[in-house]
Design a protein around this ligand. Structure first.
Ligand code: NDP
Length: 433
């Protein structure tokens, strides 16, 4: 704690992983001798930089940029960039730390990293976003590369931002190095299914959990928080599998639509027009908008938090359990607090953690890297099948590891231990570096 003062989200993420690793430490004294635990919590490199840019009124604006290159034992650093006013070192480090284990769980050759800025794209013109991205990449470009560090999107960083970032990288390096970023558009080196991958992958994982207990999404009532990239495609996939998503949200409040969220309408409002979620009720009679209160008070069988960290606390968890919810899967990174996770455990609600559930995004990014390296592009169907197989593999790896370490049904322990072991073995092989 004293080495990383004030970084509460990072402390939370580290604590949550270490809590699961007791049985591993007992079984593997060689990990302890090689100080794997002490090394894994220290990023290999952290870059913090000034991002100056000029707004539409000719005022100079200054933001802070971050890239935390956490662990490259398994492959180049890999993880998204987040643009949100709340971003500071503690958030980037928590996300980078989680990313190590998530990327390991995919079974693919990718290390863990994360970056971003306290820049808020909301309310900015396209020209302002472009100037900011160009300034951000001017510094970042010297620290990334297809064999070094491969950023992608996250909150506030979608196709528009990635386009401006890639354009500036190409200009600075005079190279069309497609493999330097993932989440690219289909006309400039991107992969089919990347946009849908985190949301679809989340639901594929939860579908496996349901199958394991002889159930399916058919007829289930589902609540999904958020209405961004992850939420939209999670909602779409639930509905394809026969479930009904009755509520979703953004930072201004939540909507309830008992007939099932109209995904096309939601996408038009949030993805195309970058509007607010209350516009949904103006165009869909029968739906309601609530600015106060919590989306977790809406009764459901399955809850899928897809907005941001710590959005679902102990009280929300108690309400969900009391309303009959039996499964919670984290589409976002660390949306449930530790108190909430404890409530789920004691109430018998199955809880699946983000580092396993939402790994489909980064897995498809790794597929994008494969396509870039071979200058190939796969069909939507082929890529979607690969994603589904990968998510089944992650589910089974978590379930089997939990079983092996005496914690059957505990997806948190399974994900943390399986993710950790693969990285620890690679670190051991590479020596003290
Ligand atoms: P987007 O920016 O597309 O959407 C984020 C959504 O969450 C928006 O609806 C936003 O509302 C809401 N939100 C963001 N911050 C807050 C906040 N502080 N309070 C309330 N609501 C908030 O991001 P993504 O969908 O890409 O990411 C969502 C989560 O999923 C994050 O935790 C991210 O790290 C994680 N994730 C994303 C992956 C990806 O591939 N994109 C991969 C793996 C994990 P508003 O529009 O009002 O801001």
């Amino acid at each position: 704690l004293h080495r990383n003062p004030g970084e509460s989200e990072f402390h939370q993420a580290v604590f949550e992983v270490l809590e699961s690793l007791g049985p591993v430490v007992t079984k593997r004294p060689d990990y302890v001798d090689a100080a794997i635990l002490r090394r894994i919590v220290e990023p290999e490199r952290q870059i913090i930089f000034r991002v100056p840019w000029v707004d539409d009124d000719s005022n100079v604006q200054i933001n802070r940029g971050f890239r935390v290159q956490f662990n490259s034992a398994l492959g180049p650093f890999k993880g998204g960039l987040r643009f949100h006013p709340s971003v500071y070192l503690g958030i980037v480090k928590f996300l980078g730390f989680e990313q190590i284990f998530k990327n390991s769980l995919t079974g693919m050759p990718i290390g863990g990293g994360k970056g971003g800025s306290d820049f808020d794209p909301k309310g900015k013109s396209d020209a302002e976003v472009m100037r900011f991205c160009q300034s951000f990449m001017t510094e970042l470009s010297s620290h990334i590369g297809q064999y070094t560090d491969v950023p992608a999107g996250d909150i506030g960083v979608g196709g528009r931002e990635l386009g401006y970032l890639f354009g500036q990288y190409k200009r600075l390096t005079n190279a069309y190095e497609s493999g330097v970023l993932t989440g690219k558009g289909l006309t400039w080196g991107g992969s089919q299914v990347r946009k849908e991958a985190t949301g679809y992958g989340t639901i594929y994982f939860l579908d496996e959990v349901l199958h394991a207990r002889g159930e399916s999404f058919e007829g289930k009532r589902v609540v999904v928080s958020g209405s961004g990239n992850v939420a939209i495609y999670a909602i779409e996939k639930v509905q394809q599998l026969g479930g009904t998503v009755v509520a979703c949200s953004d930072s201004s409040g939540y909507i309830v639509d008992e007939a099932g969220i109209d995904v096309e309408l939601l996408r038009d409002i949030k993805e195309v027009r970058r509007g607010r979620i209350d516009e949904y009720v103006e165009r869909r009679p029968g739906a309601s908008f609530t600015a106060e209160g919590s989306i977790w008070s809406v009764p459901c069988d399955i809850a899928v938090p897809c907005a941001t960290q710590n959005e679902l606390d102990e009280d929300h968890a108690t309400t969900l359990a009391a309303n009959g919810c039996t499964l919670v899967g984290e589409g976002a990174n660390m949306p449930a607090t530790q108190g909430a996770v404890r409530v789920f455990a004691s109430a018998g609600v199955t809880f699946a953690p983000g580092k396993a559930v939402n790994a489909g995004g980064v897995a498809t990014s790794a597929l994008e890297m494969q396509q870039n390296a071979s200058r190939d592009s796969w069909t939507f169907e082929h890529t979607d099948e690969r994603l589904e197989d990968i998510m089944k593999g992650i589910h089974d790896r978590c379930a089997e590891t939990a079983e092996e370490y005496g914690r059957p049904g505990d997806y948190v322990a399974g994900a943390n231990i399986a993710g950790f072991n693969r990285v620890a073995d690679a670190m051991l092989a590479l020596g003290v570096i």
